[in-house]
Design a protein around this ligand. Structure first.
Ligand code: EPZ
Length: 432
């Protein structure tokens, strides 16, 4: 059964929304639970498709998994891992499943898994993951789309990352926790989700320092114990809701945030004329403005402006009264949301890694299709403020990273509902 979101634009938003745990911290932390000989409890893990996929991967390897999606709590026990070869169909569903590589090499000295395919936003190679693990003594071989890694024992090493890759940093941290000796990762990614992964591992007895900086040091230990750990709030989900107020010119409060993680977004939003009040340490009050000033935007690794909020921010720029450049430096094809925005009346021209946005002040509803997670969010934001009705398909992308998104937007006052295509055909047939 296919569904689509039907959104009637123009409703002002009001009230408050509570941010859930971070998808991009929860996924590596679930993978890291494979390193532990004792039970781990992970709290604040939202009910997302990607979370379910990662849990299916570790379960297929032999981990015991109990997920209470209502309580957003996972109990795992990886003491009896049986396999180092996760099922190919699961691996192909989600790139982040490649994060089991480091833990499997650390536990078994062996792993065989399918190389993550590219996706809508780019080819997304894993060469930096492999180069770092080779420096730690792993030998890789390839056959029919599968990669196999072998090592008698992971050795600590000094690794320099040509690019501060989030996934490569995470795989190397996890491999190094049980390696012999110490590992240094130079030019490491410094995203808050890396700090959260290190916090989780250290709470179970790992010895990791420098997470959040460009230089991370890990001293290998013999084994990890169990732990209970709560995942940080999702800065990208928080940014998406903040931008929903900016695009609709509404005033809302976003709760359960770590505003430190949102500095690049808040600075950019203020430049467009949005009023932001951060007086409460864990909540942000935002007042969008009718007049939106257009600004230039350039995505960078943390602490630069996050690529995962570029599509949503572009929607705000499309509604502004001026023109600006959006430069995407992290992924080579992250402008797929432009088609949908242009269908809704936006004036955006893509030239390679740069998009020129000519603000048009107002958008109009249209049927559009999402092609990736954050692009889907950008189209929802546009629909909230567009004149008329917008129908959005490709919702499987939205389900991967936003839990209860339409219900939470509806609780803020949005006119948004889910319709099955069958229901839609009946409406059209009856001329409703
Ligand atoms: C993580 O992806 C996030 N996913 C992404 O969020 C996020 O956009 C990205 O980091 C950047 O912040 C998760 O955490 C599950 P990278 P990841 O390795 O680890 C190139 C979302 O919407 N690269 O930092 O895959 C790569 O091609 C998702 O929640 C190599 O060339 O990101 C890309 O151009 C989308 N070789 C760039 O680096 C490598 O070995 C950034 O990739 C690895 C990466």
């Amino acid at each position: 059964m296919n569904y689509e979101l039907v959104i009637e634009g123009g409703q002002p938003l009001h009230g408050s929304v509570k941010i859930k745990g971070a998808k991009n911290a929860g996924l590596p932390i679930i993978a890291a639970s494979l390193l532990m000989d004792e039970p781990a409890v992970i709290e604040e893990v939202p009910d997302l498709m990607d979370v379910k996929t990662m849990l299916a991967v570790i379960k297929a390897l032999g981990a015991e998994v109990n997920y209470n999606s209502q309580a957003e709590m996972i109990a795992t026990n990886a003491i009896n891992l049986q396999s180092a070869e996760p099922p190919e169909d699961l691996m192909r569903k989600m790139r982040a499943s490649f994060l089991v590589l480091g833990p499997l090499l650390a536990r078994f000295g062996h792993a065989r898994l399918s190389l993550p395919g590219g996706c809508a936003i780019g080819t997304r190679p894993v060469d930096l993951h492999l180069k770092g693990l080779e420096a730690m003594g792993v030998e890789f071989s390839y056959a029919s789309g599968l990669i196999e890694g072998k090592t008698s024992r992971l050795q600590g090493a000094s690794v320099y990352l040509d690019y501060p890759s989030v996934g490569a940093t995470e795989n190397l941290i996890m491999a190094a926790t049980l390696a012999k000796g110490s590992t240094t990762i130079e030019n490491a990614a410094s995203e808050p989700e890396i700090v959260d992964l290190a916090g989780f591992l250290n709470s179970a007895g790992a010895r990791i320092s420098g997470a959040g900086t460009k230089r991370i040091r890990i001293t290998g230990v013999a084994q990890l114990g169990g732990t209970r750990y709560a995942v940080i709030p999702d800065r990208i989900e928080a940014g998406t809701f903040l931008l929903s107020a900016a695009v609709t010119g509404s005033e809302i409060t976003v709760k359960n945030v770590l505003s430190d993680h949102l500095k690049p977004l808040l600075a950019k939003m203020r430049e467009t004329g949005v009023e932001i009040d951060e007086t409460d340490l864990s909540a942000i009050r935002i007042k969008g403005s009718k007049e939106k000033k257009c600004v230039d935007l350039k995505t960078q690794p943390y602490p630069g402006f996050p690529t995962d909020l570029q599509p949503q921010f572009m929607t705000l720029l499309a509604l502004s009264g001026g023109s600006g450049f959006v430069t995407e430096t992290v992924f080579e094809n992250r402008f797929r949301h432009v088609d949908g925005l242009v269908r809704m009346g936006a004036d955006i021209k893509v030239e390679g890694s740069r998009a020129v946005v000519q603000g048009v002040g107002k958008l109009s509803g249209a049927p559009v299709e999402a092609s990736d997670l954050r692009g889907a969010a950008a189209l929802v934001l546009a629909a909230l403020t567009a004149e008329g009705i917008t129908r959005i398909t490709g919702l499987e992308h939205l389900r991967r990273g936003y839990s209860g998104f339409e219900e939470r937007l509806r609780s803020l006052g949005a006119s948004i509902k889910l319709e099955s295509n069958a229901q839609l055909r009946r409406e059209i047939a009856s001329g409703e």
